[in-house]
Design a protein around this ligand. Structure first.
Ligand code: ZN
Length: 178
């Protein structure tokens, strides 16, 4: 039975299953990466009503070029399931997956991929190629682009701007020292 809201003017409750809410959870992981001086990308994996994995990009921390947020989240989800088949799982990531991550997503048979900002140079979910919907492959994932895209793009832009300024400052110091 549908229960009516007793207070008509109450703001709508947060929909914990909405793409926007779940992407905001992935954004928290991206912010964690940012604070750790990593390229700020975050990912979560959802099964039913549960978040079974949360990860942030850790390439610098782990000194591992494969330690993208999606890869770490997939590993966590497989461990939590005790299975590599993540058939009924959805992956939320703040930036369009690269070809490596898209490949791993397909191998794990993720049902749906929801991403924030697109990446027309390196994105493999429709940006420069679409590995997630290749008719010749034996699995494909449904793709939902552009959820909290602006937020994600701003955080990335801020990170790369700071990285450039830091690099410039370093170069200036080196010139002084010469
Ligand atoms: Zn990747």
């Amino acid at each position: 039975m549908f229960l009516e809201n007793p207070e008509e003017n109450e703001p709508p409750a947060i929909d914990l299953a909405s793409d926007t809410f779940l992407m905001s959870q992935a954004m928290r992981q991206a912010q964690k990466a940012y604070l750790a001086h990593e390229v700020p990308v975050g990912a979560i994996i959802v099964h039913g009503t549960r978040i079974i994995a949360r990860a942030s990009n850790q390439v610098e921390t782990l000194k591992d070029a494969t330690a993208h947020a999606e890869m770490l989240a997939l590993t966590q989800a497989q461990a939590s399931f005790g299975d590599w088949r993540l058939t009924d799982c959805d992956l939320y990531v703040t930036k369009e997956p690269c070809p490596m991550c898209a490949g791993a997503i397909l191998h794990c048979r993720i049902r749906r991929v929801i991403f924030g900002c697109g990446d027309e140079k390196g994105g493999a979910a429709g940006g420069f190629i679409n590995l997630l919907n290749q008719p010749t492959l034996n699995h494909s994932s449904e793709v939902t682009p552009g959820v909290l895209a602006e937020e994600s793009k701003l955080l990335l832009r801020e990170f790369f701007l700071e990285a450039r300024l830091k690099k410039k400052a370093g170069e200036a110091r080196n010139e002084e020292a010469e």
